[in-house]
Design a protein around this ligand. Sequence first.
Ligand code: ZN
Length: 431
Amino acid sequence: MRNNYILKNGTILTMNENHEIFENYDILIQNNKIIKIAQEIVKEGSEIFDCSGLVIMPGLINTHTHVAMSYMKGLADDLDLHTWLTEHIWPVEQKMLDFEFVYNSSKHGVCEMIQNGITCFNDMYFYENATAKACNEIGIRAILGEGVVDFPMALHTGADSVLSFIRELHDEYKDCDLIDIAVAPHAVYTVGKESWKKSLALAKELDLLLHFHLSETEKENADFYEKNKISPTEMLNEIELLNHKSVAAHGVFLSDKDLAILGRSKTSIAVCTDSNLKLASGFAPINNYEKSGINWSIATDGVSSNNNLDLLEEASTTAKLHKALNHDPKFLDAEKMLRHCTIQAAKALHLDHEIGSIEVGKLADMIFIDLNQIQTQPLYNYYSQILYAMNSQQIKHVIINGKWIMRDKKFETVDENEVLKIANRYRKRLQ
Ligand SMILES: [Zn+2]
């Protein structure tokens, strides 16, 4: 048996359907699974970890990222989307993008996510084979979608070459515990209808998640409408893509008809508030998602438009922004927001049978928080302190797939100093 241990005397925020919190409970973990949750578990041969004073919750799930852009964080800020992309990001990508860059930059981003309590993320970028290597080495769970675009990019000559690359990646990782492969058509302004259809066909054939950007800016929607006389959502609905399991990032500009379509679909929306705020794109209509029955989750987007990978900060900002926008302080309470970073996010990825809550039979992905600090005391309500008061520095340990990835704030599977050294080397080349 690889793992066999008991987490003793923790406070467990389960995020289960009954919203249960267990104080002074134990969790028995064997291999990568949660076997038992009870008081005073005794099991011979199990290692014991004292968790008194710690809150244990499911690992956070980041449903939309471009993790390999970590080295582009802070390279250019305070610009409009077009200038930022064409004058800063794309030239760097053209010059720098290769396996080594993506591998190292992904490693950097994965370390930041782990420090922020993220144990699973849904990524879209290029050279996802390099990101897969980084994730596997560190031990984080990830759904990796090679970006489908209709023009030559990175390793590929166009959509067909990306799709065959995804097929190969899927083959390589189909037995891997940590890595799932997705099909990631970038957006309606970079992918034509035929390539959307081919992406859907591949996702259906291999039973993979689809991951794409949808209606992030007003301009992209207006341009699409002018050319096609229907909205991006209507086009994707027409080719029956939205009835396949998928995550749409942003979903800021959606008509009533779009909302109704998405409400009936198998598509979830990944809300990226900080990125939308920083690029002044607009506000995701979360109130309307709720009314239309659309599942939604919280995401950071790429770190170069955020500029961090802190999902709790993202959730806190989202809650406060939407209270203000809706003139309703009761909208999006603290517990609900944490559910949209855990179990609802797992639902978005169609992985809620395995992750997103602390329940017997699920995979052991969890984080340990020390709330016994000035910032989060006195403690009246766990959810409230975690969402509104806590600093991510209070995340002490992280377990993914039953394995200790961070213990006492130190990485167990990666050398932090080496990661920083390599980042500095790349800084000199990017400047
Ligand atoms: Zn994005």
